[in-house]
Write a protein that binds this ligand. Structure first.
Ligand SMILES: Nc1ncnc2c1ncn2[C@@H]1O[C@H](COP(=O)(O)OP(=O)(O)OP(=O)(O)O)[C@@H](O)[C@H]1O
Ligand SMILES: [Mg+2]
Length: 648
């Protein structure tokens, strides 16, 4: 073995030792009497399961959507919705769902009725229910808790205190004491400690799903294999002969409710199970007790019960009268698909960044894919077309006749109850992205290859004919046309050198003119200081781009001027992008000014020297400034020549 290897091996071993000794040092281990001292020092270590989970999540940070957050006004109707740092970097556009979830946990932590209810996440496939549940469970991972040593339920040590003493202890310790020790702990106490509970050993452990401490998951099971021992443990047959009947030493308390005591029990796809299997949930929630295997008394259980299912299963379950007892103990939170385009895009960015390939993803690719999934989830509206609705849901300003279209997001949502519970799933989109990627040897995907892949997948995989044709129409009409618009403006922009500066300068000039016009004054030329009247022709050229003509001009100009003054009063920089109608007018003006050149230069098979130079510069801008690579730039340009500027 080489020398360097030896030394690095030693280093690694030191790391292991170091970590182990740290772990050992800090963890408490002692008798119940020592534990009491710990509680006196910090009563906060005594927590119910819901409180512990709530604290673990909120400890990472809670914020309110600030006034300057554009989503606060445009998406949440001004509501100061709370956001939780613990979820922020992993989950997008789910603020409302998470806020409901946290409200449930908060009430449960305060020992409200919610602490006796199952939390059920219900939503369509791929909406993030499992991911959310996993993330909630991992909030407990590594958290410490004190428990009775040798107790398979890892019960709260304070449960040793007999009922008659509890109120005194509660007062002196400043905590609430709930529940009773498990039959196994009771047996240990009586047989091995002659009831002297102050000597009962107490240890500090950490929650760990893999080690089955405090976090348990119950997968769905079919009718033949489901066995309630998965939930409550069993009697160990090999020990039955060794001990008298009902002796707790024959119990194997290793069911989900035993393991998940003090923490979380998750029911994966809960309603795929037979109903009989779920009856323990009723007592677990309402009485906080679960049956014991054999003939022992019920066993105390304190844990967050978290379940998820999809809508069809929920409806089937709900329609059965006999299920009422369980239904009554469920807090259901809908987990719909994301309807906000920008947030949907973030989901794919996240998933792709976790995957292990280094693909080139051309600009707008994920946006185009997300546009398709979001549109497929929207219901038709009486108030606007689907694309407009999507933009409004995204908080974008939609310009109509020079004004920002006023459609209230709230009205749209009221009109379409239950929206987001059906449509294209995140997984469907991911598969299409993966397919597009695997078909390109150099690992390049573009909006074009994604649209192709989506189309193919829709044709192959969607069975419902109506939905299939709706999807195809969305891709081929709405998404494709929207993409062509984006593409045209992007190519045109790439033809204009220093696009941003030019746009800003046009914007400033327009503002000067509009102000002079509105206040009926002259304006000073910035260079020559000459006084001049407002340039009517220039203003009209800009205004025409967004269909402002005739008598509506005056109103538009004074709107712009008022807007600008308001901004300047607040000390904000007035960028050309700040007033959406004017931004659109200016961009369209600029794009139109190079359109024919862009078209000729892009399309022609033989270019003269000047055209060649222009073309190459444009490609360079696409690559250097806009994020394309050579292959993707070529692909979109070919697409543009074939689709955008058809020769009629
Ligand atoms: N809003 C979101 N934010 C971040 N990621 C999301 C969001 N919605 C879905 N995802 C991601 O989509 C993928 C699929 O989600 P998940 O498996 O949790 O769905 P599910 O609701 O459990 O579906 P199923 O009913 O099919 O089990 C996961 O990688 C998840 O991280
Ligand atoms: Mg799932």
């Amino acid at each position: 073995m080489s020398k360097t290897k030896n030394s690095s091996k030693k280093e690694l071993l030191d790391l292991i030792k170091d970590q182990r000794s740290k772990k050992k040092q800090k963890k408490f281990s002692g008798k119940f009497s020592d534990y009491l001292e710990e509680v006196l020092k910090d009563p906060g270590i005594v927590k119910t399961s819901h409180r512990r989970l709530y604290d673990a999540i909120t400890a990472e940070g809670v914020e309110k959507l600030g006034d300057d957050d554009p989503r606060k006004v445009s998406i949440f109707d001004g509501e100061a919705i709370k956001t939780y740092d613990y979820f922020q970097s992993e989950f997008f556009g789910m603020e409302k769902v998470i806020s409901k979830l946290m409200n449930y946990l908060r009430s449960a932590a305060l020992r409200g009725e919610e602490s006796r209810q199952v939390l059920l996440l219900m939503g369509p496939v791929g909406a993030g229910k499992s991911a959310l549940t996993e993330h909630i469970k991992s909030a407990l991972e590594g958290q410490r808790y004190f428990c009775l040593k040798g107790d398979p339920q890892r019960g709260e040590p304070l449960q040793l205190i007999p009922r008659s003493l509890r109120s005194v202890f509660e007062e002196k310790l400043g905590v609430k004491i709930e529940g009773d020790i498990s039959p196994v702990a009771r047996h240990l106490l009586l047989e091995e400690m002659s009831g002297e509970y102050e000597n009962f050993p107490v240890e500090e452990l950490t929650f760990s799903q893999r080690a089955r401490r405090g976090v348990a998951a119950v997968p769905p099971m079919d009718a033949n294999s489901q066995d309630v021992s998965v939930l409550i443990g069993s009697e160990d047959i090999s020990k039955i002969d060794m001990y008298p009947e009902d002796d707790p030493r024959v119990l194997s308390l290793n069911g989900a409710f035993n393991v998940g005591n003090r923490g979380i029990v998750e029911f994966i796809e809960i309603f795929k199970n037979e109903i009989e299997f779920l009856h323990t949930i009723i007592t677990a929630t309402q009485e906080k007790r679960v049956p014991s295997p054999g003939k022992n008394d019920m066993i105390y259980f304190d844990g967050v019960i978290l379940a998820h299912c999809n809508e069809a299963e929920w409806n089937r379950f709900r329609s059965e009268h006999t299920n009422e007892a369980i239904l009554d103990r469920v807090v259901k939170i809908n987990v719909p698909y994301i309807l906000e385009l920008n947030q949907e895009v973030k989901i794919y960015k996240k998933i792709l960044s976790k995957a292990d390939f280094s693909a080139h993803i051309a600009p707008h690719t994920l946006e185009i894919a997300s546009m398709f999934s979001v549109l497929s989830r929207l219901k038709d509206s009486q108030k606007c077309d689907l694309l407009t609705k999507m933009k409004i849901y995204n908080g974008d300003d939609v310009i109509e006749q020079g004004r920002i279209k006023k459609v209230d997001i709230k009205d749209l949502k009221e009109e379409a109850l239950n929206e987001g519970m059906s449509g294209i799933s995140t997984r469907f989109i991911m598969k299409a992205i993966d397919n597009a990627l695997s078909e390109n040897e150099r690992g390049v995907i573009t909006p074009i290859s994604v649209m192709e892949s989506l189309t193919r997948q829709v044709k192959e995989q969607i069975i419902d004919e109506d939905f299939k044709s709706k999807c195809l129409e969305i891709i081929q009409k709405i998404v494709r046309e929207e993409y062509l618009k984006m593409l045209e403006s992007e190519i045109a922009k790439a033809f204009i050198t220093a696009y941003e500066e030019q746009a800003q300068s046009l914007f400033d000039t327009y503002l000067d003119n509009a102000e002079a016009f509105t206040t009926n004054s002259k304006m000073k030329n910035r260079l020559t200081k000459e006084e001049m009247a407002a340039d009517e022709n220039f203003m009209r050229d800009i205004e025409e781009q967004i269909g402002i003509t005739g008598s509506s001009r005056e109103g538009f100009r004074s709107d712009v001027t008022a807007y600008m003054f308001a901004k300047m009063r607040k000390g904000q920089k007035v960028s050309y992008t700040s007033y959406e109608p004017l931004r659109e007018a200016i961009e369209t003006y600029m794009i139109n000014s190079v359109r024919s050149m862009a078209r000729i230069v892009t399309k022609s098979k033989t270019r003269d020297d000047d055209q060649k130079k222009k073309y190459n510069e444009m490609v360079k801008t696409l690559i250097d400034d806009y994020g394309y690579n050579e292959e993707s730039a070529e692909e979109i340009l070919t697409y543009a020549s074939n689709n955008l500027w058809r020769d009629n």
